[in-house]
Ligand binder design. Structure first.
Ligand SMILES: [Zn+2]
Length: 464
């Protein structure tokens, strides 16, 4: 297996040793990042974002990248970029990750504080430990392992607002495609379909967030004096939301597409365990789980504004609001999908209630090209790092920037991998990363970067 690497590159065994030696440093970098509550959502302080960006710059400078700097992103925290020009005739690879994280949610739901990195049973716990601070560490540690042996051009782009869906970087990349000019793009914001099972992500769902507010009365009124004929805004909202799925739990909105799926299966016991489905509770919807996740739409009501139960006045509710998250099949146009969901909710509104819609962003899904030399090199690198064959899967999550990269650099092959396997519980309490999985990921990326120049020559770039 190790002879796959180009003759003048370090051997696979040598890289494996270097990555192992670098793990203490990689872990220290990860712990530093996890200790910073870099949430980019509105209402969160800006200082932690600045600290996280500074930490990322330190990491990139430490691995010898030139011109490490902040890149202004309109309406968002800055991205961190750094580069090393390609040797003559060598390909250039873009390494992407993000330093912002999801909010921690309810701290009491965490076993240990969300922004204090703690190891338990080989996993490092903390918000962002996997999503996506592990991805930043993968890039830096892979470059560190290669050191002066790297014979590819490298550009690193670490953004600071991926989780917000604000789309500032997508716009910037659209306006300045040269920012992402590369032969291959490595997005270390994905993961294996099971811990230890090497997997390349070949599709992503799109996403959409819609706010809907229902208004029925000038203000809340006595539920005895007026209750009955007075239209209840919260009941109206609940009735509308209840029509988004059929009785089995399948999405019931006309105009939302499904795509075909050919990737790895996700068996029901594993899914139930990973998702924490309570014993005896049925799964929603019908069909193959992996296909439901990868290629079919999903709708989740992620928040409702209504009077809280404690201290609720005995009154008819005058206005209520919900945030609705929609996941889209790869290939579905987000604007079309938004119109479909809005039209569905309008048609479902009882009593001609007044509806006010708000838009909270979204983005297109993605389908990878799996025929190119970089994809083949990534497959061999994963096989060597893990010592087992590679699977493909579609990921239920969304990375809107991937579609923007694809538009800006249509010939660049997209490699999506990382340490975000199901047990990482990204976006949930007790997020963590498996440190051995992270080490295998770093090795795979180092092997990939070492092999890429030869892979390119074997492909269409060959001078003949
Ligand atoms: Zn992420």
């Amino acid at each position: 297996m190790s002879n796959e690497v180009h003759a003048t590159s370090p051997s696979a065994d040598e890289l494996r040793r270097r990555v192992a030696r670098g793990m203490a440093r990689a872990r220290a970098d990860l712990e530093r990042l996890v200790g910073i509550p870099s949430v980019a959502f509105a209402g969160f302080p800006i200082e932690p974002l600045e600290q996280a960006a500074a930490a990322v710059m330190d990491m990139l400078r430490a691995v010898g990248l030139d011109d490490v700097r902040l890149l202004d992103v309109p309406g968002s925290p800055p991205a961190v970029v750094g580069e090393r020009p390609a040797p003559p005739g060598a390909p250039t690879v873009l390494l992407y990750g993000h330093y912002d994280v999801q909010p921690a949610g309810v701290e009491a739901d965490w076993t240990s504080p969300p922004f204090t990195p703690v190891e338990r049973d080989g996993r490092l716990y903390g918000r962002g430990a996997a999503d996506d601070k592990s991805g930043i560490v993968m890039h830096a540690a892979a470059l560190a392992a290669l050191g002066a042996d790297a014979r590819v051009g490298v550009r690193v782009l670490i953004e600071g607002a991926e989780e917000t869906g604000l789309g500032g970087l997508e716009e910037l990349v659209g306006a300045q495609p040269e920012l992402v000019a590369a032969d291959a793009v490595v997005i270390a914001d994905a993961g294996n379909h099971a811990l230890g099972q090497p997997t390349l992500t070949t599709s992503l769902r799109g996403s959409l967030k819609i706010m809907v507010e229902v208004r029925t009365l000038a203000g809340p009124v006595h539920s005895g004096t007026y209750g009955g004929p007075a239209p209840d805004a919260l009941v109206a909202l609940i009735a509308m939301l209840a029509t988004l799925h059929d009785a089995a739990g399948n999405v019931a909105v006309a105009g939302l597409d499904a795509a075909a799926y050919e990737g790895a299966r996700y068996d029901e016991p594993a899914f139930r365990r990973d998702a924490g489905v309570l014993a005896g509770v049925a799964l929603a919807g019908s069909g193959v789980i992996a296909e439901q996740l990868a290629c079919r739409p999903a709708i989740t009501v992620i928040g409702i504004d209504a009077p809280p139960v404690d201290g609720a006045a005995n009154a008819v509710v005058a206005r209520a609001r919900a945030a609705v998250s929609v996941r889209l099949a790869p290939g579905q146009d987000p604007d079309q999908a938004r119109s479909a969901v809005v039209a569905h909710l309008q048609a479902a509104a009882p009593w001609r209630a007044v509806l006010v819609f708000g838009d909270a962003g979204g983005g297109e899904g993605f389908q990878a090209n799996t025929d190119g030399p970089a994809f083949a090199a990534a497959t061999r690198a994963l096989e060597t790092a893990y010592g087992r064959p590679v699977s493909h899967h579609g990921q239920g999550g969304s990375i809107p920037l991937v579609a923007a990269f694809h538009k800006a650099a249509p010939d660049a092959e997209m490699i999506l991998w990382g340490a975000e396997e199901p047990l990482a519980r990204i976006h949930a309490p007790d997020e963590s990363v498996d440190l051995a999985e992270l080490e295998r990921g770093i090795l795979a990326e180092a092997l990939f970067l070492a092999a890429l120049p030869a892979a390119g020559q074997a492909g269409t770039d060959s001078p003949a």
